[in-house]
Design a protein. Sequence first.
Length: 363
Amino acid sequence: MPTTVKGIVAMSKGAPVEVTDIVIPDPGPGEVVVDVKSCGVCHTDFHYREGGISDDYPFLLGHESAGVVSEVGEGVDSVEVGDFVVLNWRAICGDCRACRRGEPWYCFDTHNATQKMTLTDGTELEAALGIGSFAEKTLVAAGQCTKVEESDPSVVGLLGCGVMAGIGAAINTGQVTRGKSVAVIGCGGVGNAAIAGAHLAGASPIIAIDFDEKKLAAAKELGATDTIVSKDLDEDGVVSAVQELTGGFGADVVIDAVGRPETWRQAFYARDLAGTVVLVGVPTPEMELSVPLADVFGRGGSLKSSWYGDCLPDRDFPMLVDLYKQGRLPLEKFVTERISIDGVEDAFAKMGRGEVLRSVVEF
Ligand SMILES: NC(=O)c1ccc[n+]([C@@H]2O[C@H](COP(=O)([O-])OP(=O)(O)OC[C@H]3O[C@@H](n4cnc5c(N)ncnc54)[C@H](O)[C@@H]3O)[C@@H](O)[C@H]2O)c1
Ligand SMILES: [Zn+2]
Ligand SMILES: [Zn+2]
């Protein structure tokens, strides 16, 4: 029987999100219903609310979650009822051009549930990142459930998006290894996870840059060796400050976890010759970039974008949960507050004011 539960829906562009009844269909072939235990508030949910991702309203928001499998559809053998899982938005197909050439982290045809969740009047919902887990239950493809060792859902659920995106931006996309110098622009949940990833890999120095001193205090706790408050600095000021901390040269890897033309240019110029820029912050459609082409050539190196930290959920989530359980990855530091489902709109405002790394809805 389809079930009706409470969920957080963005009905139209820019409007406050609403707690409303949503209908979860019975799982079809290859689908799974999950009892959601936690869901982090990610900036990407706010991008959806603002129309920064697409105009396919209404959206069922939420995508950073852990939960327990409650029903499985026909043919599902990768998970069973009762499994503790972290949800992912990269259920690889195994068959597209990226998968076939051995680069499944770029998979161009990732799986989501085939059926749609709906409002009670039958209106189909577009699930954020194919998940939609600001809800007591959600319907996903079986491959979107990654089984991990049972842990605090609010903590390990963050691996489902922002924390994985940040750690992976450093370790997978940026190929940060011990001894490399790293700078991270924007130290929200994603940027601070990049700092934790760089720390885990043995990078030094690790330079954290943000407008907001509170975010930089958190960055220090997660492994930043130096911090730059960029509120009163222009683009050149940020670049010079990074150069000063890296022997006058710039960092080997600079990660832009904001995703604006000016932060990308800061990353580009704050990088040493032949260094790497990683763009993990998500720009909005109207943004355009202007950089002298001669500088792109002359400075060399690699300019990369990081989709979901180039992660493979089945490989990376259990490994990172393990490191967390061993006390080597302080994932709990990303949870600033635990809230209920009606606190999401408020959590967006706190995110805007820089008061939180992550607000996590608990069910
Ligand atoms: N690539 C991916 O796969 C992926 C995954 C998840 C999130 N994201 C994106 O990453 C970005 C960050 O997400 P978040 O959840 O950490 O957001 P957040 O709002 O928690 O953090 C953003 C941080 O950037 C700082 N900031 C803003 N403008 C700045 C500037 N010009 N200079 C320096 N600091 C500045 C803010 O003070 C804040 O601390 C968002 O764009 C989000 O959509 C990308
Ligand atoms: Zn594929
Ligand atoms: Zn996210």
